[in-house]
Ligand binder design. Structure first.
Ligand SMILES: C[S@@+](CC[C@H](N)C(=O)[O-])C[C@H]1O[C@@H](n2cnc3c(N)ncnc32)[C@H](O)[C@@H]1O
Length: 372
């Protein structure tokens, strides 16, 4: 075994140790695909700056074969700060998604978000390149991925385009997998799926507010459940540029109240999602204060709330401004969630209809909690 093969074999074992995989051919794909070909350079943050790590760096190969995401492309945002616009997803998450997608022999699969091309290579390994289609909004990313895939003898259909339109003109797909998040599921994807086909996508209605959902194509709708384990992808971009930073806080009248709800989204991601679904979505959430226990939350319409650090009883002062009281949305979502027995993602589902309406349901498609 050469150096990389010993490393990729160890990576496949690491993935198998943390992930329940029904179709072990995905593990074989990880074992036999050289990730280093797809990640000749990645970026790490040191002292607040991004630093490139390449083959010249002794740590590069180990990092490439670790079961971890790697930042692979940076672009300046509207404020001139470097923003991550592409990455190689954590291999265990890729395998978990490909496995959940229930890919069968002969299936035609469309990937939205080619990035490095590594995930497309896993698909080519499993299905053959003629069944693999992948699009990315980054022109340079697609060109680089094409070269890397060709170096392995794969020539899937790669297109530089906005994947929110799917890939028109290439027939129907049995499966669509998106590796960037979307606030709503584009109906174009439903139109390009075979009857009974599946789409797996991270629906994020706001910052951290959503997760992976597996939807089946029915004649009149897409419908399915969220995967049990939360995951997060970078949002789909509008062009081959970095996304705009969230709006800053606005001036205006301020309402003050108190709350016992923990504002940390990570402590309760389901109500965080319910708080944004159908409301002005939360686009920015940051910690502040000496212990970083205070939270500032901002919404797309300029609404904002500031939740002070908790006192000894867990009580926090809340200030809110802008057109909506977004903290009230968060508290309401917590009430609904607690009333339903604090469900995990696996109890939530989504239905999308051709009129672009989305319904979030609990346990049963008839029990819709939120629409957006
Ligand atoms: C997490 S990375 C994809 C990782 C990739 N699957 C891999 O194996 O390296 C997300 C990708 O989505 C792409 N993307 C963002 N917005 C997009 C859009 N509107 N259409 C298509 N791709 C988009 C980004 O350019 C980025 O490469």
């Amino acid at each position: 075994m050469t150096g990389w093969q010993a490393q990729s074999s160890a990576l496949a074992k690491a993935v198998a140790a943390t992930t329940t995989v029904g179709d072990t051919r995905w593990l074989a794909a990880v074992e036999e695909t050289p990730r280093h070909v797809f990640v000749p350079r990645h970026y790490v943050q040191r002292d607040g700056d991004w630093v490139a790590v390449t083959a010249a760096d002794a740590r590069w190969l180990n990092a490439v074969y670790a079961d971890a995401p790697l930042v692979t492309e940076l672009l300046p945002d509207g404020l001139g700060r470097l923003s991550v616009v592409s990455s190689s997803t954590k291999p265990a998450l890729m395998v978990r998604m490909l496995d959940a997608l229930d890919v069968g022999d002969g299936h035609r699969v469309l990937e939205i978000g080619t990035g490095t091309g590594y995930n497309a290579a896993l698909l080519c390994h499993r299905l053959g390149a003629e069944s693999v289609f992948s699009v990315d909004i980054g022109v340079g990313l697609v060109a680089a991925a094409r070269e890397r895939l060709a170096a392995l003898g794969y020539a899937p259909t790669l297109v530089a385009a906005d994947g929110r339109f799917g890939l028109p003109g290439h027939g129907r797909f049995d499966r669509i997998v998106a590796t960037c998040s979307v606030p709503t599921v584009p109906w174009a994807w439903a139109e390009q799926l075979t009857d009974g086909g599946l789409v797996l996508v991270d629906v994020k209605v706001g910052s951290q507010a959503g997760s992976l959902v597996l939807l089946r194509r029915y004649p009149d709708r897409l419908e399915g459940r969220f995967l049990a384990r939360w995951a997060g992808f970078m949002p789909a971009r509008d062009g081959d540029v970095a996304p705009s930073p969230p709006p800053g806080e606005r001036a205006g009248p301020v309402a003050e109240s108190v709350t016992f709800v923990d504002p940390d989204p990570w402590t309760a991601l389901v109500p965080w999602f319910l708080a944004s679904a159908g409301r002005s979505p939360v686009v920015g959430v940051t910690r502040y204060g000496p212990g970083l226990d205070g939270w500032r939350v901002s919404a797309a319409d300029g609404s904002w709330s500031e939740v002070e650090p908790a006192d000894a009883r867990g009580l926090r002062v809340v200030r809110q401004g802008g057109p909506r009281r977004i903290w009230a949305d968060v508290e309401d979502a917590h009430r609904v969630w607690a009333g339903a027995g604090r469900p995990g993602w696996e109890r939530l589902g989504l239905v999308v209809t051709p009129d672009r309406k989305h319904g979030v349901w609990l346990d049963d498609p008839a029990a819709v909690l939120r629409t957006f």
